[in-house]
Design a protein around this ligand. Structure first.
Ligand code: ADP
Length: 420
């Protein structure tokens, strides 16, 4: 149903002839924009409560989110694709992207990184999935139950659980809720499905499925055995079920990302697709997600897109492993709720092994962070930039990292701007 329509949930993005779906969000309620959407040319509006608009333009349902989910589910039922579901606290987008590109766009559909929720995932399927044989879908979890709902739309044949960390733990409520919630990707897969899971005791002891493949750093069926950096390249060796392979990545990858590649190799083996060495080695990390480059002889790690304790840990590990004088410009880790102070205290400890920490305190959570390496704390971007220009020498390395809401990319952009 509705094959010929484009679905839109933001009235500013309405195009003539589309269907506008009114969703009640945290900040606003789509029902307030139904008239606007119809006046801009939407053919129908899907609503779950009365609105003042011509009846013939309205499709009334109990829940507009369920409507999206059911429509996406119907689309998938029609084609019965092979579903690879990917979740984890860190690394979903990169892992999914590598699997997607390895299978190839003729055969595979994948959801864009920010379309991984109970609204985004169905929207991307309804608007763009046209029957490709494979679906590589990243599934995000904010709270317990989210993953189960996403698996109801597209029940995985292969379920990939990358890791279980502390990201969004304020929203999920507890670390236990994060673990339970993420394990749903394994519990909800097809009866003859296979789980590809990080070799972590805390997780493995909860999994009873017979068809299980593990991966990890120096452990598991598929292992990252070792890695080192050579200028802006990463050389890494993997043990798979059949062989030992070495990759020479054309960029710097951190140990977390390198471990995810072991999961990619496991998935490709399961679906009998030979990994393209060229593709994997040349894959370029997505902007803001641990992208390392040289700027005027200084190594910059752009990790502005998001932050959690685990991703900070691997980022700082890389900073040290690069063997340079290392600095970190850091900001708050958001969505930590009652754990916020604890998280930032732990962050302070992680940053002890750098040579200098610059705190961008535009958001308040970072106030709880104490680190003996702190050399500046301000919410003034100009001050940070002029301090860096005085302090940083050629061959130094700087990490820029914070949660999305901090907008650390503005600090980085200012630093990169103009002459030093
Ligand atoms: P997601 O889609 O889950 O947010 P991304 O692929 O966008 O993941 O990567 C986000 C961040 O997570 C980056 O900082 C990256 O370096 C980090 N990361 C990726 N994999 C891991 C891992 N296994 N452990 C810790 N951090 C990781």
């Amino acid at each position: 149903m509705y094959d010929e329509f484009c679905f839109v949930i933001d009235s500013r993005k309405v195009i003539p002839g589309c269907i506008f779906v009114a969703i009640k969000g945290e900040k606003t309620d789509g029902h307030l924009y139904v008239k606007d959407a119809l006046s801009k040319g939407a053919k129908y509006a899907v609503v779950e409560k009365p609105v003042d608009a011509p009846k013939e333009c309205l499709i009334r349902v109990d829940s507009t989110v369920d409507f999206l989910i059911n429509t996406a589910w119907e689309r998938i039922q029609r084609y019965e694709p092979f579903v690879i579901g990917i979740t984890g606290s860190n690394g979903k987008t990169t892992t999914k992207e590598l699997i997607y590109q390895s299978i190839g766009k003729e055969l595979c559909f994948s959801n864009p990184g920010n379309f991984n929720t109970e609204i985004g995932l169905p929207l991307s399927i309804i608007n763009h999935y046209r029957g490709e044989r494979y679906l590589a879908l990243e599934m995000a979890m904010n709270k317990f139950g989210d993953i189960a709902r996403l698996c109801q739309i597209a029940q995985p044949d292969i379920s990939v659980l990358l890791n279980v960390g502390t990201a969004h733990r304020g929203v999920a409520g507890s670390d236990q809720a994060i673990l339970d919630g993420k394990l749903q990707i394994v519990e909800m897969m097809k009866p003859n499905g296979t789980a590809v899971v990080i070799n972590d005791e805390r997780i493995l002891q909860r999994i009873s499925t017979k068809s299980l493949v593990t991966f990890g750093y120096q452990k598991g069926d598929y292992q990252l055995m070792n890695y080192f950096y050579d200028d802006l390249c990463t050389i890494a060796a993997y043990k798979t079920i059949n062989e030992i392979v070495q990759f020479q990545f054309r960029s710097i990858w951190n140990v977390g990302q390198l471990t995810n590649i072991a999961a990619v190799l496991a998935v490709l083996d399961l679906i009998k697709i030979k990994p393209s060495k060229d593709l994997i080695e040349n894959f370029s990390p997505i902007q803001g997600r641990f992208k390392v480059f040289r700027h005027r002889d200084v190594f910059i790690i752009d990790d502005c897109y998001n932050a959690s304790l685990e991703s900070f840990k691997v980022a700082v590990e890389t900073l040290r492993k690069l063997g340079k004088r290392s600095f970190a410009v850091v900001g708050s880790i958001k969505e930590q709720g009652i754990y916020s102070d604890q998280t930032h205290q732990e962050l302070g400890k992680i940053l002890e092994c750098t040579d200098g920490v610059i705190v961008y305190n535009s958001e308040p959570e970072i106030d709880a962070m104490v680190c003996s390496k702190e050399i500046l704390r301000t919410n003034d971007i100009e001050k940070i930039v002029s301090f860096l220009r005085k302090t940083i020498k050629p061959q130094d390395a700087i990490l820029f990292k914070a949660s999305r809401a901090v907008q650390m990319e503005n600090v980085l952009a200012k630093y990169l701007e103009g002459d030093q």
